[in-house]
Write a new protein. Sequence first.
Length: 289
Amino acid sequence: MPRKPRTLSMPWAIFWLLSGFYLLTLSGHTYSPDEETMLAVTRSLLARGEVAVVAEEVGSVAALRPGRDGGRYAPYGLLPSLLALPLHGLGAMLGGSEAAARDYASRFAVTALNGPLTAATAALLAAWALRLGATHEWALLLGLSYGLATFAWPYARTFFSEPLAALLILVAAERTHAAVTSLHPRRDLLLVGGAVGLLLTTRLAAGVVLPVLGVAALVASWCVAQRQQSSGCGPLAEPAKANGPLAEPAKANGPLAEPVEANGPLAEPAKANGPLAEPAKANGPLAEP
């Protein structure tokens, strides 16, 4: 079987390498009341199917806001808590029937969420660098530097919303750039809109990048429209053959047509080879003097 191109395999290698590294360096616990609040939302969704937090059922929570129905709600984005639902359920199942073990196992599982998200961000960064023309060595260095030599590593060990927000911002920016030269620009721009929409449900403060992404998406849409126009019906399109007075004249088929050699009764008679053939010039005594 043919091997996959390095352009595809190298970002995947970065993803799996960093995911394993983050799992080995996982803290397994929360660090701040903000994480506890997001964890409380996850547990409330599992227990009651609602996002309201009952402060008495959890530990230290932060900045709960009262709702019109009397419930108390977290001021943070809902998407990280939703993504943590399967991890929390898996941890609680592995923890067994003891309450303390279930609590610890569920916390450990939930804090593993940001590891793969950060690894995906590093892999996408390397893939984008490759598409921009970087060598494989520089793209690999870029991806690993982001994952291991920036604040991405400490945040990958937490349950904060920043890693997911960073991934969504990078997806929106990368797909906006890809739409300019892509064969499916509408699909890319649709992904941009989806990433921006999910960004607002992840971290509302990340909305400060929306004007920048919006302008970039408009420029990309304009470039796509210009490219489609120039390849089909714009001034740079290949000129079609004219059908009017300036069209190339077709070869005539009437009386003025170019004569062809006749093969019928009017054809030039062939020289006879039989008894009626033109007598050959004599070479003997009767030859023409």
